[in-house]
Design a protein around this ligand. Sequence first.
Ligand SMILES: Nc1ncnc2c1ncn2[C@@H]1O[C@H](COP(=O)(O)OP(=O)(O)OP(=O)(O)O)[C@@H](O)[C@H]1O
Ligand SMILES: [Mg+2]
Length: 148
Amino acid sequence: MPDPAATEALGAALAAGVAPGRVLHLRGDLGAGKTTLVRGLLRALGYRGRVKSPSYTLVEPYEVSSLHFYHFDFYRFKDRSEWLSSGFREYFNSHSVCVVEWPEKAGDLLALPDLEVELFFSGDHRKATLQAHSAAGEAWLSSLRLPS
Ligand SMILES: Nc1ncnc2c1ncn2[C@@H]1O[C@H](COP(=O)(O)OP(=O)(O)OP(=O)(O)O)[C@@H](O)[C@H]1O
Ligand SMILES: [Mg+2]
């Protein structure tokens, strides 16, 4: 992915498989493009407003395309006990779509997501790997029409 638009295009490609109950984890170093990917995803779902990083608020909620869509960033969790006290567990239910940056900050307390995207630096480009962890995640992967 040569530029932010390409990272957004990967996010947009994921929109086709979004449905209530789906969970997407985004891994990758600081600045790898996780929030950029979510911006592309939300735009493709029809969201026209500003997509901010949830790094301070921990969660940004969106109502888009009849979905309850939650964008989390757990970078600021010092340890996994903060996930427990955050009360965020109840957001992860069959009615909501949850996208999580820095899921590893909740340790092993988060259930495996349907789909995991990892973003890597590669010179001034980025690379991505995608891995499904459930049948819904496999279907999500199959729905992808990846940008070239
Ligand atoms: N494929 C790309 N090539 C070059 N720059 C990119 C690419 N994708 C995103 N960027 C840029 O990288 C910067 C960091 O992106 P972003 O905020 O999405 O990273 P992040 O993974 O969410 O970081 P953090 O871990 O701090 O939340 C932004 O300026 C963004 O425009
Ligand atoms: Mg981010």
